[in-house]
Write a protein that binds this ligand. Structure first.
Ligand SMILES: [Zn+2]
Length: 202
């Protein structure tokens, strides 16, 4: 059974039309038809909405023979879930780049990664602005107090890290997504405190 077949089966069990599903999820009927024919895959958000609509769990909807055969079970105690950082149960695929403890973590991570992709440009913009401010603050003979620029640069950097707490792949691997995010936020707040110190006493 493929994901498309699962969707079609569940829909027909409930005697729902493709149009009905499309309208409920805010997608086109063609999109639903493509999912059922396995020509495209629903986004994670759509999958969650589908499971909700069919009144089944996500694992019932997505656990197809293919997805089960692709994952690799883990018995090693030291391998951690890429999302929550607890002991992982399976690798997603042969590359072993992502390990998860549950389907819930796997899907939450998917959604988080989609969100990061969308926010990445703002993260880079924030970092770029901070670097420019800090760079300019190093110039001699500035028309205003040097610590204002340094402080503003640090404020900008801290704010960027609080709003977009992204980490390096190594950190994600070591701590899992959720803890890495917390760590980046804490760092962001520490930078903000330091920035205020520079602004007022620098
Ligand atoms: Zn987990």
């Amino acid at each position: 059974m493929s994901l498309g077949e699962n969707i079609k089966n569940e829909r027909q069990k409930l005697k729902l039309s493709q149009e009905y599903i499309a309208e409920k999820l805010g997608v086109s009927r063609q999109a639903v038809s493509k999912w059922e024919r396995n020509q495209s895959e629903p986004t994670t958000k759509n999958l969650i909405e589908l499971a909700d609509l069919f009144q089944i769990s996500l694992s019932e909807l997505t656990h197809t023979k293919e997805t089960i055969s692709k994952t690799i079970p883990i018995t090693n105690q030291h391998i951690k879930c890429s999302y929550c950082g607890q002991k992982a149960q399976y690798f997603l695929d042969q590359t072993q780049s992502k390990a998860y403890c549950s389907l819930k973590c796997q899907l939450s991570h998917d959604m988080a990664l989609e969100k990061i992709q969308k926010q990445l440009k703002w993260f880079y913009l924030g970092i770029a602005l901070s670097v420019i401010l800090l760079f300019v603050s190093a110039f001699p003979n500035l028309p205003f107090q040097k610590n204002y620029l340094t402080g503003a640069g640090m404020l900008c950097l801290g704010m960027t890290m609080i709003l977009f707490p992204f980490c390096t792949p190594e950190t994600y691997q070591k701590l899992g997504y959720l803890k890495s995010k917390k760590l980046a936020r804490v760092l962001g707040y520490l930078i903000e405190i330091y920035a205020l110190f520079i602004l007022f006493f620098g």
